[in-house]
Design a protein around this ligand. Structure first.
Ligand SMILES: Cc1cc2nc3c(=O)[nH]c(=O)nc-3n(C[C@H](O)[C@H](O)[C@H](O)COP(=O)(O)OP(=O)(O)OC[C@H]3O[C@@H](n4cnc5c(N)ncnc54)[C@H](O)[C@@H]3O)c2cc1C
Length: 412
């Protein structure tokens, strides 16, 4: 089977690796100069940085498996930490390295800055949603869900709302509760302790997957066309034509806003949420108390200690921060962190369409289209999750498997 994969983000990479590993002749087209899409390494002022700070979870099983498959060792490239949410108000929730769910229960019961009554009510609530397998009767916003559960105190402000913003990239007032519940199910609600861990990159995003995957694909016979934007897909019979060649099947693995030009019938008009990553370089000795720190000021949300004095402040979803100029944003976040030392260097990277707006009941397409030879991949097609690396990787593998099944039954 001769397959074209359009889009070399993490979804397209996953599809191309799966197809190639199973013997398909694979050609991967990527409009950018490197693979990785919204999760890639970029070069700025002589440094290699990420286009945006990414945080992974132990629950990202398929992403970790894909990394291993292409020769990238997650144990070396990712720093694994038991989950800790800590901020400057005195709030701290830290999971011990104990088997799940004991680790979550202990973390909750020993959280600082929260009263006993609230802890017990929250433990009771979590037990209830677990018993219902994290299924909601109807989708609503995360804020409505928390209101209905009486989750209106410290844990809401210091845990649930910040986790929602980090995971779904949209504030609780607008975020889809069912998708948030799915994230909780596979992380804090998982029976495997490792799933509750935080995985923070020790290397740039290129080294995590796109670069080793490119080497693996070429070594295993796939063809990569970087810097090549596919303009159209033609043909309706046995062959599909794109970029001057014929293919038996096509995986379209681009972001939803680029789908309309290639396959208008499947296109969906989404709203999008931005993410800004504000890099602040301090002296090499500067350290955060824990490598992931929650900010509680007017603007700051989460900050990651990248080592050697480099902090990456993450601002998720639409908000007042968008109105600040880069230099003002850098100064404001430094002030909110309470660091008196001026950063020697800063850089603000704004991704305007970082993710689709994960609101209640939005349409999420399946991977199949009206043409059995054309399948979709991409974070937006993995409806269980918000826009994440894991959703992208799972969607890519699924798209490949749908085509691979058809190879043995081309008329299906
Ligand atoms: C700043 C930022 C921070 C994030 N933080 C996190 C995080 O902490 N944790 C997490 O799990 N997720 C995070 N995400 C989300 C995650 O990066 C995305 O969900 C994931 O990378 C999407 O991958 P994808 O392959 O579906 O799409 P994309 O990465 O968008 O890949 C699509 C690719 O298709 C290419 N393309 C489009 N049209 C064409 C064409 N016609 N021809 C050829 N190529 C084409 C594009 O150039 C692109 O490379 C973040 C995203 C951003 C932007």
């Amino acid at each position: 089977m001769n397959v074209a994969v359009i889009g070399g983000g993490w979804a397209g990479i996953a599809a191309a690796v799966e197809l190639t590993a199973t013997g398909a002749t694979t050609t991967l087209f990527e409009a950018g100069r490197v693979l990785g899409g919204r999760a890639r390494a970029i070069s700025i002022d002589g440094r290699t940085l990420d286009n945006g700070q990414h945080i992974l979870l132990g629950a990202y099983r398929e992403t970790l498996a894909l990394m291993r498959r292409v020769g990238a060792d997650p144990e070396r490239l990712l720093a694994r930490h038991p989950l800790q949410v800590v901020d400057e108000t005195g709030f701290r929730l830290a999971l011990p390295k104990w088997p799940a769910p004991l680790n979550v229960a202990w973390g909750l019961l020993t959280a600082t800055g929260v009263g006993w009554r609230e802890k017990l009510a929250t433990a009771w609530w979590m037990q209830g949603i677990k018993a219902r397998r994290f299924r909601l009767d109807r989708d609503c916003t995360v804020a409505e869900w928390l209101d209905a559960a009486g989750q209106t105190g410290t844990l809401r402000r210091h845990l649930w709302e910040p986790l929602c913003l980090a995971a779904l990239n949209i504030p609780a007032e607008r975020a889809a509760a069912q998708v948030f519940a799915n994230v909780l199910r596979d992380s804090l609600g998982s029976a495997r302790r490792e799933d509750t861990d935080l995985l923070l990159p020790r290397a740039d995003l290129g080294r995590l997957l796109p670069e080793p995957a490119a080497r693996w694909l070429v070594a295993n016979g796939a063809t990569l066309h970087l810097g090549t934007r596919v303009e159209a897909i033609a043909g309706t019979g046995d062959k599909l034509t794109l970029a001057g060649n014929d293919y038996d099947a096509v995986v379209i693995a681009c972001a939803p806003q680029h789908l309309g030009g290639l396959w208008p019938a499947a296109s969906i008009a989404y709203d999008y949420e931005p993410i800004a990553t504000v890099y602040l370089q301090f002296g090499a000795k500067m350290r955060l108390p824990f490598p992931l720190f929650k900010q509680s000021g007017k603007y700051g949300q989460w900050v990651v200690d990248r080592g050697n004095g480099l902090l990456a402040c993450v601002l998720s979803g639409h908000g007042d921060w968008e109105g600040l100029a880069d230099a003002d944003l850098a100064t404001t976040l430094q002030d909110e962190l309470g660091i008196t030392e001026k950063p020697g260097w800063h850089k603000v990277i704004r991704e305007k369409r970082a993710t689709f707006s994960c609101r209640p009941d939005i349409a999420r397409p399946d991977c199949v289209t009206a043409n059995p030879r054309v399948v979709l991949a991409g974070d937006y097609t993995w409806s269980d999750y918000p826009a994440t690396l894991e959703g992208a990787v799972r969607s890519g593998r699924r798209a490949a498997h749908v085509l691979l099944r058809k190879r043995y039954n081309p008329s299906s």
